[in-house]
Design a protein around this ligand. Sequence first.
Ligand SMILES: C[S@@+](CC[C@H](N)C(=O)[O-])C[C@H]1O[C@@H](n2cnc3c(N)ncnc32)[C@H](O)[C@@H]1O
Length: 267
Amino acid sequence: MRIPFGLQGWSRVLRLWTRHPLLGLGQLSAHDYCSPGLGDLPGDIERYFPSVHQVMSFNPRVPHISREDKRQPGVGFVTWDESTVLMNVAKRFSHGLGLEIGCWMGWSTVCLALSDIHLDVIDPGLGSGMQADTVRYALQAAGVAERVNLVKGLSPEDVHVLGQKGHRWTFCFIDGDHAGDAPRRDISAVLNYCEPDCAIMCHDTINENVYEAMSNLAQCGWQVTFLQTAVGLGIAWRGKIDPPQHIADPAVNWRAVGLYPDNCYDP
Ligand SMILES: C[S@@+](CC[C@H](N)C(=O)[O-])C[C@H]1O[C@@H](n2cnc3c(N)ncnc32)[C@H](O)[C@@H]1O
């Protein structure tokens, strides 16, 4: 009797298995997570994004489901865990106007706007075309379009344009250009226009440029903390309002993940 596959056949099956969006080794337990104590996203939020699909975590050590637009693979949305933190922090700081830099297909934008905050959003893809249409559709579907001012533009330049028009922000979420000095320039631009009670959040603090740019805020009198999420979220805040607490997913061995230096784990 012949064995159907030789060694090469089995190694191909194994390779395909490990690359499968959700069945990959180590992703068998992939799940969405919401910290206790935080309000959750609407369970049907994916309905607002007809082209979303679930893929393997962008951090193989954190088995949280990632999402991307299937027409533009490779650029992930903030995870469920990160989305709930964004929405809940924005809610605390919704006494004024919010700013988002880098919205991609609008997933993070919808999550922020669901907090009731009014938002300026800067992204170069917000003119016309597939990205802009996707963002507008999602905001309409979620019933939050009226709260969001979409600006086709680039940070830090368009941060200054809005700031010089008098916009002042109580909440800023930065998820745009992570290369080189860009995160530091973005933060230093928004600092000119922040209200006294304000929070600044950055995504991808696993990226050293983002991590260092956020850490520097501590020297400017801001409180800074880094959350254990799939690719890291940083929160800096000042004034009379504190952000809600995030409890990192107990199903993940965060010490093995090693996102940050030892002294930067969740409080
Ligand atoms: C990773 S995606 C953002 C994902 C989005 N925050 C989410 O979770 O749904 C990064 C976005 O930043 C935008 N971007 C890159 N450089 C930028 C800049 N200098 N100013 C504003 N947006 C920028 C890109 O066009 C892209 O849409």
